[in-house]
Design a binder for this molecule. Structure first.
Ligand SMILES: *Cc1c(COP(=O)(O)O)cnc(C)c1O
Length: 372
């Protein structure tokens, strides 16, 4: 097995030409506006709302602070129904608000919260549902929101993976009471670190804008024990520059995904997971399942790729419900989460990012298909 000199990562930030960033920095030096709703911050809020097809959004320093703040903005308490098949930040945001997570199993076709299992998890203290659009695959928003309406629950989507995702022609971000995005360096659209809350109206945006600025409503009025969640001007400038290149980056991702799909089609034991029908997907990840009758195990395949300097990831293994701070919860019992447990055991996310050339994709496939 040959070891590559330069590693292939599952994702790499898409960096525009450095010289294009200099004028933004010069403007920041000139205005001396570094943060606190500066000109680039406000410009990016407008530009992103237009691009994403939503009414309002509030920028954040990162997606985790956006999640923590979204729960506070809607005054969520008690228990919240969520998925074990996600990144740690989803569930940690509940603990930061003294909320008890209640795990519900996923639908193996989409890796998202299974709507069939939600109702049986509702108790008198349930106040919200926190689904994730995992890999950018839209959750079953109609059925989730019908249940929420019946029981008077709020819905906050962790849409960290779902930048630009549309379903049947409209933005997936228009659903629920609030959605949050992450603009971390590893995500489809990045501002170094960053995030946002999608807000359905100006009133809720105003409350969220206060909450991300220590609760200040004006110079002398503090309306809540808010946090410091503000996005700075360098990050906002990065966002404005990224936005000019985002469509090219999304197309590059789609092309890489097509090549993997073609090459893996004849291999029945390695299956790429497709997005639900009607999705205009962002190809944020390239999730593949290694079936139990593949000649080598998922972990053996992971190790082979790693030995060849191809650094794939097992998103999402281990399940959040297996973490020490959650595993004692009754809803965390593995027997209650069979679909999530199986997918976590079989999944491997292949490299996908705009910097990945055809030779890189070929190298991944060579190693992947050495044993089949
Ligand atoms: C990345 C991510 C987050 C957290 O976003 P940060 O910007 O890194 O704080 C939250 N949820 C999911 C599902 C993520 O993948």
């Amino acid at each position: 097995m040959s070891q590559r000199k330069t590693p292939i990562y599952i994702t790499e930030p898409h960096l525009p030409p450095l010289e294009d960033f200099i004028p933004y920095l010069e403007a920041i030096w000139q205005t001396r506006r570094l943060t606190n709703s500066g000109p680039f911050h406000d410009q990016l809020e407008g530009a992103l709302a237009d691009y994403l097809g939503v009414e309002h959004l509030s920028l954040f320093a990162n997606g985790t602070l956006a999640l923590v703040t979204a729960l506070q903005a809607l005054r969520i308490t008690g228990e919240v129904i969520t998925t074990p098949y996600t990144f740690a930040a989803t569930t940690h945001s509940l603990l930061w608000n003294n909320i008890k997570p209640v795990f519900v199993d996923i639908d193996p076709a989409t890796c998202n919260l299974d709507p069939e299992r939600i109702e049986e998890a509702i108790t008198p203290t349930t106040s919200a549902i926190l689904p994730v659009h995992c890999y950018g695959f839209p959750s079953d928003v109609e059925r989730i929101e019908a249940i929420a309406d019946t029981y008077g629950l709020k819905v906050i989507y962790d849409a960290a993976h779902a930048f630009g995702v549309r379903r049947d022609g409209t933005s997936i971000l228009q659903h629920g009471d609030l959605s949050i995005l992450s603009f971390h360096a590893t995500k489809v659209f990045n501002t170094f670190e960053g995030g946002a809350i999608i807000c359905p109206n100006e009133k809720i945006k105003r409350r969220i804008d206060h909450l991300k600025n220590f609760g200040f409503a004006d110079e002398v009025t503090v309306v809540a024990p808010g946090i410091n969640g503000k996005m700075n001007e360098v990050s906002a400038a990065m966002g404005l520059l990224q936005l000019e290149h985002i469509d090219v980056a999304l197309e590059a991702r789609a092309k890489i995904h097509r090549r993997f799909a073609e090459a893996l089609a004849p291999v029945p034991t390695l299956t790429l997971l497709p997005p639900p029908p009607g999705t205009r997907w962002n190809h944020a990840y390239c999730p593949m399942l290694v079936s139990d009758d593949h000649p080598i195990s998922r972990d053996a395949l992971y190790d082979r790729l790693k030995a060849a300097n191809i650094l794939v990831r097992r998103y999402f293994y281990p399940l959040i419900s297996a973490f020490p701070m959650y595993r004692g919860l009754p809803s965390a019992a593995p027997a209650r989460l069979p679909n999530a447990a199986r997918i976590a055991r079989q999944v491997l996310c292949l490299p996908i990012h705009p910097g990945l050339g055809p030779d890189d994709v070929a190298a991944v496939l060579d190693t992947l298909l050495e044993v089949r």
